[in-house]
Design a protein around this ligand. Structure first.
Ligand code: DGL
Length: 266
């Protein structure tokens, strides 16, 4: 158990997607010191091979843990987790919380038994997803669609850049075009970037229910850190990038709304 109140929670994603997870955690633990690491030198993960993710993610997290000494690591990226979660856990000696598609809550709330999964190309092809489906949605129809353009849309939205709304209708059509797609009532946002554009997706598909794992992850982190000490008030959060810091200027205002006011290079 960590007795150092300044030991941070570390979040990791390829870009800003993990902010959808961090946001829920901040609500539950407002004084938790935060370090958010974005692997911009590796974005996007969704088009990478399993071998590339395996080679990259555990090594990077090793460096981050050495530098920031977090009390807990959250891999706020479905692509990295469905491929490399067990490897990261084996390599680090801090607790690691993962983010995987929220198929369980979706299965609990569907009335038709037809569930959609929007994720990256790398995530939706993982056997990890097959196992989640077998465990939590047996006998249900899970329609999968890769929507890499939503990763870019979320990145652009947080930089206050204009996004063509067709990317949202196209992504939803990618699900509803499947046979049985007209019965779809719940869609899993299986990439942490996607909850950041949920409002836009809801406009594209007004009757759809969207689910993601962020609230469950926040509960898990609260449970794992129960009884630990925290600073008496919120502290300035750190955003660390593997890419050039100069490319993050347009993100500064959005990052500040998540409490991340210091931007650093790894
Ligand atoms: N945010 C990531 C995820 O949850 C991946 C986005 C990407 O880099 O393709 O899968």
């Amino acid at each position: 158990m960590s007795n150092d109140p300044t030991a941070p929670l570390l979040f990791f994603d390829s870009g800003i997607g993990g902010l959808s997870v961090l946001n829920e955690v901040r609500r539950a633990l407002p004084n938790a010191p935060l370090v958010y690491a974005a692997d911009y030198a590796g974005l996007p993960y969704g088009t990478k091979s399993e071998a590339e993710i395996m080679a990259r993610v555990p090594a990077l997290l090793g460096r981050l843990v050495e530098r920031y000494r977090p009390r807990l690591v959250t891999i706020a990226c479905n692509t990295a987790c469905t491929i490399a979660l067990s490897h990261v856990r084996a390599a680090l000696d801090v607790p690691v919380v993962g983010t995987v598609p929220a198929i369980k809550p979706a299965a609990e709330s569907t009335r038709t038994g037809v569930i959609g999964l929007l994720g990256t190309a790398a995530t939706i092809r993982q056997s990890y997803v097959d196992r989640l489906q077998m465990a939590h949605a047996p006998g249900m129809n899970l329609l999968r669609h890769a929507a890499p353009e939503l990763v870019h849309a979320a990145e652009a939205k947080l930089r206050a850049e204009a996004v063509d709304p067709r990317v949202y209708t196209d992504a939803m059509r990618g699900l509803t075009n499947h046979p049985d797609g007209d019965h779809l009532d719940v869609t899993v946002l299986g990439c942490t970037h996607f909850p950041l554009v949920q409002e836009e997706l809801s406009i594209a598909a007004p009757n759809m229910r969207f689910v993601d794992g962020a609230a469950g992850i926040a509960r898990r982190i609260c449970h794992l850190t129960d009884g630990q000490s925290w600073p008496n008030e919120p502290t300035d959060g750190v955003f660390v990038t593997t890419g050039p810091v100069a490319e993050l200027e347009s993100l500064r205002p959005a990052l500040a709304t998540f409490g991340l006011t210091q931007i650093k290079a790894l």
